[in-house]
Design a protein around this ligand. Structure first.
Ligand code: SF4
Ligand code: SF4
Length: 379
């Protein structure tokens, strides 16, 4: 088994996206002492491969000196865990110096873009697009691998075709994220994408993807198809993420995932105490996460998709029920819709009466590509 540690150097962010729920003004910056303690904590924590993701807020606010010192410390001192790295950033503060450093560690970068400039800036704020594009150019000049997450909101769903075409025409792969109710907005539901709309969007994107399979990747659809095929979740949303995912906040507090960082009720321990997994398991937050697993075992047991859905994201479920375990991820109807559609199409294709091609995209438009092509497509 591998495990994942998200490092959150700060919850601060220079942007102010309308639907953001994860940044915090005036958040402190992590110092090197915390990284050293994190290294000491992990030396004997687990003897399995680890992936570190720098997340935020906006992690690049920590600056070049932070990464220049932190990366070799994590890579060398934890060499026995074969550390891999990733970064999630809006790229505004990416400099050639930082990009070179990230390239040295082969760090893939995830960023955010909601589609064409006007639409993106309407959701994320004036000037966002250009600032991200400037960073993207620096990343490309330094051979960094960048992929974008596109947040679909109740507003942008009306422009789904423009958004898909934007990613296709610009040679960018697409990973989508449905906007969640924002806890920072007076009207939290304003931007949120309702689950039924999300389900329809996934089916729309499945069809668009199949029509353009050689020219774009729609990562969520890849993950969902692979999950149905292998009957095992291919992303954290569709596995029991508890036990194998941790996040460390700016002050060294340990949480179940970056989404909980900054919420005192969700602190499981602190890196400076070098807690064992057993000690973390004594915390209230850990127990609540386990309770979610039990809730899913009991309440989703009749669902055909439970093995590779696992109730969806526990954070989404807890946010919906104000920190109580009282339901699954509210996107459940969307997950069901897409799992059902893919299962139905794959069964039909396997029975051989669909007229669809299995394998690479067909030039024969009367014989288009089917979902099995996505299931067996290399990642
Ligand atoms: S809480 Fe949600 S986002 Fe976090 S690791 Fe689990 S599934 Fe992923
Ligand atoms: S689709 Fe819904 S009912 Fe089925 S496992 Fe997922 S959350 Fe549970």
């Amino acid at each position: 088994m591998a495990f994942h540690v998200m490092i959150i150097p700060t919850l601060g962010c220079p942007s102010n996206c309308n639907y953001c729920w994860s940044s915090e003004e005036g958040s402190p910056l992590m110092n090197m002492e915390t990284i050293r303690e994190l290294v000491e904590w992990l030396k004997d924590f687990r003897n399995e491969p680890v992936t570190f993701t720098f997340h935020g807020g906006e992690p690049l606010l920590a600056g070049y000196e932070f990464f220049k010192e932190a990366l070799p410390l994590l890579a060398k001192e934890l060499d026995h865990l074969k550390p891999a790295f990733a970064l999630q950033s809006n790229l505004w503060n990416l400099t050639p110096e930082l990009a070179k450093l990230f390239a040295e560690y082969s760090i893939p970068v995830g960023s955010s873009l909601d589609g064409p400039e006007e639409l993106n800036d309407l959701q994320r704020g004036d000037g966002y697009y250009q600032k991200t594009m400037k960073g993207y150019q620096i990343a490309q000049d330094n051979d960094l691998q960048v992929s974008f997450i596109c947040t679909f909101t109740s507003y942008s769903i009306g422009f789904k075709e423009e958004i898909f075409n934007y990613f296709l025409d610009n040679g960018l792969d697409l990973k989508l994220h449905p906007a969640l109710p924002s806890i920072r907005d007076e009207n939290p539901e304003k931007w949120a994408l309702p689950p039924d709309e999300y389900g329809k969007l996934l089916i729309y994107l499945l069809d668009k993807y199949l029509d353009n399979i050689d020219d774009i990747k729609v990562k969520n659809i890849d993950h969902i198809c692979k999950s149905v095929f292998t009957r095992r979740g291919a992303v954290c949303t569709f596995v029991d993420c508890m036990d194998d995912t941790f996040a460390v906040g700016p002050d060294g507090s340990i949480y179940p995932c970056y989404r909980f960082v900054g919420m005192p009720d969700w602190v499981m321990g602190n890196v400076r105490d070098h807690p064992s997994q057993g000690e973390l398991a004594d915390s209230k937050a850990w127990k609540l996460m386990q309770k979610f697993k039990e809730y899913v075992d009991k309440n989703c047991k009749r669902c055909t998709f439970v093995k590779f859905c696992r109730g969806g994201c526990p954070y989404n479920a807890l946010a919906e029920f104000e920190g109580e375990i009282d339901g699954v991820d509210p996107h459940c109807p969307a997950y069901r819709t897409i799992f059902k559609e893919i299962t139905k199409r794959a069964t039909k294709e396997m029975l051989g009466n669909s007229g669809l091609t299995i394998g690479p995209e067909s030039d024969d438009k009367n014989n288009p590509t089917g979902v099995i092509a996505l299931m067996i497509k290399p990642s």
